[in-house]
Design a protein. Structure first.
Length: 233
């Protein structure tokens, strides 16, 4: 899986255009229940209450708009979530996985969008895609945005229940760099794909410190590990 995602990303670095996606498929799902999320000392994320059900490599963008105060505010994200299998979590490469994929993704031509990246992955080999991550209107309050992980088109194609909308519980600065988005713990707001979601080992995704009010939405590339704990799948 790791090499496949590198191939997808590497081919993106040289591809100029991707044709529209036609393929869909379902992943061969692997058992990651023995994978343990290790939280580095000094990172104030609580330990998970559930075992890992899915382990995903997220590759995409964080979206920001410029406020009237001249700072960027997060208005969503769009990412493909690739399945991590084969005991990769036991390998030393695991720690470097988001760095490696970020090195490729962040160097892809600026014309390449997250949706083109997703299309290409789906054309080349949809079988190692778990699903997509994006934002929706908060389904409980009906206002504001909430993050969703949606496996209904890939890992559980055709099963409308295969999603989770998360509610942020803990948000800590990335221990790696100021340019990396925060590490998070979220719980299930709606959906049964997971009871808890962790976003860790983030690379990139932070906006510039200031902006000119009225400037357009920006898309900042990032990679992250997503841990999906518990759930009913
Ligand atoms: C976020 O950005 C992606 C492009 O990377 C876009 O396709 C998507 O619609 C955007 N979502 C939101 C909520 O702005
Ligand atoms: C969310 O997870 C908790 C367990 O952590 C469970 O009791 C609850 O029913 C779940 N909520 C939904 C909407 O599935």
């Amino acid at each position: 899986m790791f090499f496949k995602s590198i191939i997808v990303l590497a081919s993106f670095a040289s591809a100029s255009m991707a044709a529209p996606a036609t393929a869909t498929g379902s992943s061969a799902l692997c058992d990651v229940s023995s994978a343990t999320l290790s939280i580095p000392s000094g990172v104030a994320l609580p330990a998970p209450d559930f075992k890992a059900t899915f382990l995903g490599l997220g590759v995409g963008t964080q979206n920001y708009t410029c406020t009237s105060g001249g700072t960027y505010t997060n208005v969503g994200a769009y990412a493909e979530v690739y399945q991590l299998c084969s005991g990769i979590y036991k390998s030393p490469i695991f720690e470097d996985l988001t760095s490696l994929t970020f090195a490729i993704w962040s160097n892809a031509p600026s014309s390449v969008s997250a949706s083109e990246l997703i299309e290409l992955g789906e054309i080349l080999d949809p079988s190692f895609i778990l699903g997509e991550h994006y934002f929706v209107t908060n389904p409980v309050t009906g206002s504001g945005l909430a993050p969703k992980w949606d496996f209904t088109s890939h890992a559980f194609a055709g099963n409308p229940a295969a999603y989770v909308v998360g509610s942020k519980v803990t948000d800590v600065p990335a221990p790696t760099s100021k340019s990396d988005i925060d590490w998070l713990e979220l719980t299930n707001l709606t959906g049964t794909l997971a009871n808890e979601i962790y976003r860790v080992e983030t690379r990139g995704g932070q906006p510039p410190a200031s902006c000119v009010p009225g400037s357009p939405e920006i898309y900042i590339r990032y990679t992250a590990l997503y841990w999906f704990m518990g759930g009913s799948f």
